[in-house]
Design a protein around this ligand. Structure first.
Ligand code: B1M
Length: 208
């Protein structure tokens, strides 16, 4: 009988070979791809997210778990498509114009993937126009912006404004070391998160 807890445990340990093997084993035993995703991969990533938030694990462990998640998703993806399993929602994510820091943004993106979201990563140094275009094209429910420099934070305000001006219904959320809830309130962003695990929770809440 397929052991989805063992799959979650392998992901938590970051054992990507075992994750791939266990995903294959579960599928060949007839477990549905949605169950493999939710009770195996996402369950494991949720544990990593909670431990990361509680400072029980650090950036390297999260990156290793995310790599294992991707290994599992590589095996699972075609089956999910075949089974018509839709992502919970989609999110555009990027680092704002003038800012090249992407480690935090990538971690947030990984936690989004881990939460079952489709992620459209527009990269770093992204202009308000490019954010708007990506939101329109992808029909994303949430636009997630990262900034690590106090000098680039004002770009977030520009992006929130550009999205509203373009009449796009995508909700906005912001984060990054210098960013605060107060700043989010000040510029009218719909959400703020201090870390990658909270970011996934906020995005899911914004998506309803
Ligand atoms: Co830069 N840098 N850097 N840097 N850099 C900082 C940010 C700085 C605080 C260092 C310092 O002076 N103490 C400082 C900013 C000062 C300020 O404005 N307040 C700084 C500076 C000044 C600069 C340059 C201007 C330096 C120079 O050239 N004179 C320059 C700017 C380049 C540019 O962007 N245009 C620069 C360049 C670089 C490198 C290229 C060398 C490199 C980036 C490499 C890369 O990202 N690929 C770099 C790095 C590595 C850092 C530090 C050391 C580490 C940042 C990091 O990756 N942290 C940083 C000092 C520090 O933070 N200790 C520093 C780990 C990462 C996991 O955390 O990104 O905070 P973080 O992400 C967290 C949360 O913030 C949150 O979740 C993540 C995980 O929990 N989060 C979100 C992030 N985005 C989110 C989005 C969300 C929600 C949560 O929702 C959408």
């Amino acid at each position: 009988m397929a052991d989805l807890q063992a799959l979650a445990d392998a992901l938590i340990k970051g054992d990507r070979n075992k994750v791939s093997e266990l995903v294959e084993a579960a599928l060949s035993e007839g477990v549905g791809p949605k169950d493999v995703l939710e009770q195996g991969l996402i369950a494991g990533m949720n544990v990593i997210g909670k431990r990361f938030k509680a400072n029980e694990v650090y950036v390297p462990e999260v990156l290793i778990a995310a790599r294992a998640m991707h290994a599992g998703l590589d095996v699972l993806q075609p089956k999910l498509v075949e089974a018509g399993v839709e992502p919970v929602g989609s999110v555009v994510i990027g680092t704002v114009k003038g800012d090249l820091h992407d480690i935090g943004k990538n971690l947030v993106g990984m936690m989004f993937t881990g939460a079952g979201l489709k992620v459209v990563d527009v990269g770093t140094d992204v202009s308000p126009e490019k954010f708007v275009e990506a939101c329109k094209e992808s029909g994303a429910g949430v636009c997630a912006m990262s900034a690590l420099l106090t000098t680039t934070m004002p770009q977030m305000s520009e992006i929130v404004k550009a999205i509203k001006d373009a009449g796009v219904s995508t909700k906005t959320m912001i984060g990054g070391a210098p960013v605060t809830q107060n700043y989010a309130d000040e510029i009218g962003a719909d959400g703020y998160a201090a870390d990658a695990a909270s970011a996934a929770e906020v995005a899911l809440t914004l998506l309803g």
